[in-house]
Ligand binder design. Sequence first.
Ligand code: UD1
Length: 431
Amino acid sequence: MEQYVIKGGNPLVGEVDISGAKNAALPIIAAAIMTDETVYIDNLPDVTDIHALLTAIESVGAVVTRIDRHSVRINGSQVRDYLIDGEHIRRIRASYYLLGALLGKLHKAEVALPGGCNIGLRPIDQHLKGFRGLGATAEVSYGHVVASADRLVGGHIYLDVVSVGATMNIILAAVMAEGTTIIENAAKEPHIVDLANFLNSCGASIRGAGTDVVRIRGVQHLHGTEYTIIPDQIEAGTYMFGAAITKGDIVVRNVIPKHLESITAKLVEIGCEVEESDDCVRVVSSKPLRRTNAKTLPYPGFPTDMQPQMTVALGLAQGTSIVTESLFENRFKYVDELIKMGANIKVEGNSAIIDGISEYQGADLSSPDLRAGAALVLAALAADGFSTIDNIQYIERGYEDFHIKLQSLGAHIDRVDSEKEATRYKFEIVS
Ligand code: UD1
């Protein structure tokens, strides 16, 4: 079984390049099948969620030509099938973007219920409400989501909760509908703006993405384009917190500092120095970490996908901190693993109450989901002694070359696939 073996204690120091944003690339890959012309996309992250979605679009007839690790050409002219199912697709959340894309293109879509990280119930009622608002029927039947329409007609849709997935799915379904669609209470994440920019570069007419009212004037067809995905805000934030947690000094390159403002603000609050330039951010952690409180919120609030990394940092801060999770109800499962490392954290409802300790101790850990897994790696890098982390397939869903990038920052980490290799690595590091 693949796992990471980590010897803690080395500060992360150096420069790291951030990959393209997974959560922007996924809806853009789905959107790419909507045009019959060829689309070229680069700066794709080389992570398993992206491969799963590319395989899924091939299964309905898209022709995917992989140019290199980070770029593909996609031609959707032969997409006729509207059924998306299979083991690989059931594991990823973003399969639901194929609902909006296929509904928009073929007026019919049937997609196995989305999987992804088990961080809460994760309903899709707002996606279905949006499709219905465009005149489609949409329901869950025998483990599949089925949507169809004779005609898609623009509508006025008010989202009851701010949902990234529902906002993007409605944009996809509306982009070639008749008339204008207005989405109110839309999510404002940078990846929503990226999807809108991509679709606009294909001839769509989307205004207001990045605000809470998005207006989509339907067009008759979309054309080909060449497009570069934005950098990954959460990957960048993870390395920034890596500097804080390990008392390091990291320059995080190829980022959009504006997208990182809520993360930067928290790092400054807990005592780190953050310097921004055009496309880099440097984080230096030279003083003891200070306590604070944090609450996850939709963008531009502090991201839920950075909540575990924040908790790991506050676990080493002086004093008592409170982290409140307001988006997903099951996102503190990793706290049990941190407690194995000596952390003093109590979870009450949707808050973690954290009494900082001076050091984590190495332990054998298991990654419960993507972001929590990455946060446990950061804790292990700061801990005294060796740790192992299994279930790393979750981490590899969203972090390209995670252990290799960390090694380049001076971390003692390796990816092994047997107990024997883990023991050999530990022996090598000690001797
Ligand atoms: C996306 C991200 C995920 C991130 C999350 C919030 C992808 C593939 N995943 O997930 O990494 O943590 O945004 O930034 O991009 N909700 C409903 N009904 C719905 C849809 C959502 O009640 O129909 C609720 C959810 O339970 C949650 C909140 O709305 O409480 C936000 O969820 P949403 O923004 O939709 O998250 P995802 O798109 O699933």
